[in-house]
Design a binder for this molecule. Structure first.
Ligand SMILES: [Fe+2]
Length: 312
């Protein structure tokens, strides 16, 4: 990406069962960046509702790099791909080259774990340019914090569910590390967001996840994607955080599928040593123009009212 510093070459990895982020920042605690719902295609020209998702992701990455060049880690919480091809994950690896810190990812309902592994290994083997490591499993530690990544994808379904094995892993992670505050990440939302069409495709057993988190006072928040909008609320005693998609947005509170004219963006989080989370959302200055095809029921704002310019 022109004008942005290149991160050092790192070895591609598809597993990080338990990893230490080695250079946590000081006065801000641990600085994390949350980028979610990328919906990339094998072709760089791929569009979703008229939006070139690789362009918008690249623009969000550039913004994240500009504002947080020393971030400790980036969390990609699913729907990395739209077409579920290995090549789309090669595009992902290429586009993540300028993300700061280590990169951890989850699969969403639009992802294929086998294609993800295949794409990342093929990207690593290509060695034409330095790619960052993208970890696809496990959890990691930084200063006083543990970040637990839970898988919720169910093959063939849009909604999600955390398997019994993943619930056990969560329970173990929280029980085994009582001196670490915990941030839990998952793709599907465990809480209703007030849009019936989204709430129908959320996390089927979100209550099970929240029940386990409530047993441990050091479990501080749950971070998710899937809903393509920004939220920072308490639900069932647990702080819930989500972030804009890096491409198209859904209108909060919409009764039916509704695109929103808000700009793509990302969330930054400072995980403080005393257990607090200081966080906010940063968006591109201009939203991409989107199109509503025949059959799309509605959208808020006027399609194409924002002219998308790259870079922002
Ligand atoms: Fe999505």
């Amino acid at each position: 990406m022109a004008g942005a510093a290149r991160v050092p070459s790192r070895v591609m990895s598809t597993s990080a069962a338990s990893t230490n982020v080695s250079h946590p920042s000081g006065p801000h605690g641990v600085r994390l960046l949350h980028l979610t719902d990328l919906h990339l295609f094998a072709t760089p020209a791929g569009t979703l509702k008229g939006v070139n998702t690789l362009d918008t992701f690249a623009a969000v990455v550039a913004l994240a790099h500009r504002d947080h060049p020393l971030a400790d880690a980036c969390l990609l919480t699913g729907d990395l791909s739209q077409d579920e091809t290995a090549d789309s994950y090669i595009r992902l690896a290429e586009a993540c080259a300028d993300l700061p810190g280590r990169i951890f990812s989850l699969c969403g309902n639009h992802d294929d774990p086998d294609a993800l592994r295949d794409g990342l290994f093929r990207a690593a083997a290509a060695v034409r340019k330095p790619f960052p490591a993208i970890h696809t499993d496990g959890s990691f530690f930084a200063r006083r914090w543990q970040v637990v990544l839970l898988h919720s994808r169910v093959a063939g379904k849009v909604g999600g569910k955390v398997s019994d094995a993943e619930l056990l892993r969560l329970e173990w992670a929280l029980s085994a590390h009582p001196r670490h505050f915990a941030l839990v990440c998952v793709h599907h939302q465990p809480m209703p967001v007030g849009s019936p069409w989204i709430d129908a495709i959320g996390l089927e057993n979100g209550a099970e996840v929240l029940k386990r988190m409530r047993r441990h006072t050091h479990a501080r928040a749950l971070l998710f994607g899937h809903v393509h909008q920004e939220l920072d609320v308490f639900f069932e005693g647990i702080r819930h955080l989500t972030s804009p998609s890096t491409c198209i947005q859904f209108t909060p509170g919409s009764q039916k599928f509704t695109l929103d004219a808000a700009a793509p963006g990302f969330r930054w989080l400072n995980l403080m040593d005393d257990g607090r989370i200081v966080t906010g959302v940063t968006r591109l200055a201009v939203a991409p123009a989107f199109t509503c095809e025949a059959g799309d029921p509605q959208y808020r704002g006027q399609a194409g009212e924002g002219r998308y310019e790259f870079p922002p």
